[in-house]
Design a protein around this ligand. Structure first.
Ligand code: 3PY
Ligand code: MG
Length: 254
């Protein structure tokens, strides 16, 4: 089952978030009990090469690979899909124009203008004929537009209506900076909780997927109740830090 199939079937997907581009770490994340792994090129250390290798490690574990591109780097959208990524998360989609430009690189005609060259995706998916990939790729790969500013919220309905945008993904930290006009970075800022819930509800009501970056694992199920169906579970740096502090505490205090 592809990521698109899982999300369309109503499953909730918890994704590991990979910022440390070390291949062995990506492999560990892929073998853990997450439903997907996201490779982060925006704030993480992932490069074109580590995304290329990471997608293979994730696929070897039978999991879908998601790639978050850097801001405005639409060239990486089709490139990561060519490498056989299952989904793309594009940060800072603040207007309908941003959303259209992103979708244009994520989908083939007649929806967008993705350029042809998915040799890696074909070989990894065991697809013999390019025609078969062309006919299915628009539906089987998922394009998430990040909603993380007040401007994006103001344009949410228009962004959701862009053909080729399959879902939105909330970035609560940037959203808090925008919400407070630069006064605070707080992904759990009380005053924006309702706005985030509203994004989840409106996306699902529009028949689109709703993702969110979760900074505090115990809050995950409250986001699921708001309608979010793709949720990050913090990131790999935090998994290491928590593991180290827990084990050191055990080592020192029994
Ligand atoms: C945000 O919270 O702004 C994010 O982009 C999470 O990665
Ligand atoms: Mg962000």
């Amino acid at each position: 089952m592809t990521l698109a199939d899982k999300l369309n079937a109503g499953e909730t997907v918890l994704t590991a978030w990979s910022t440390l581009a070390a291949p062995a770490v990506v492999e560990l994340l892929a073998r853990a009990d997450f439903e997907a792994v996201t490779l982060d090129m925006q704030h993480g250390a992932h490069s074109v090469d580590s995304v290329h290798d990471g997608i293979l490690a994730i696929a070897a574990a039978g999991k879908p690979a998601i790639v978050r591109i850097p801001v405005g780097r639409n060239d990486m959208v089709s490139r990561a899909l060519d490498f056989s990524a299952d989904a793309i998360i594009a940060p800072m989609i603040n207007s309908v124009e941003d959303a259209r430009a992103f979708a244009a690189h994520a989908k083939y005609l007649p929806v967008g203008q993705r350029s042809w060259g998915p040799a890696r995706a074909l070989s990894m998916r065991g697809i013999q004929k390019g025609q078969d990939y062309l006919s299915s790729a628009n539906d089987k790969t998922v394009a998430f537009a990040m909603i993380e500013t007040r401007a994006a919220l103001a344009s949410l309905d228009e962004i959701l209506a862009v053909p080729g945008i399959d879902g939105v993904f909330v970035g609560p930290s940037d959203f808090s900076i925008s919400w407070t006009n630069g006064a605070a970075v707080d992904p759990h800022h009380e005053e924006m909780t309702e706005a985030i819930a509203d994004i989840g509800r409106r996306a699902r009501a529009a028949g689109k997927h709703a993702g969110v970056f979760v900074f505090d694992a115990p809050r995950t199920q409250s986001y699921v109740k708001m309608g979010f169906n793709l949720l990050s579970v913090i990131h790999d740096g935090a998994y290491l830090s928590l593991g180290m502090s827990t084990m050191l505490d055990q080592a020192r205090n029994g």
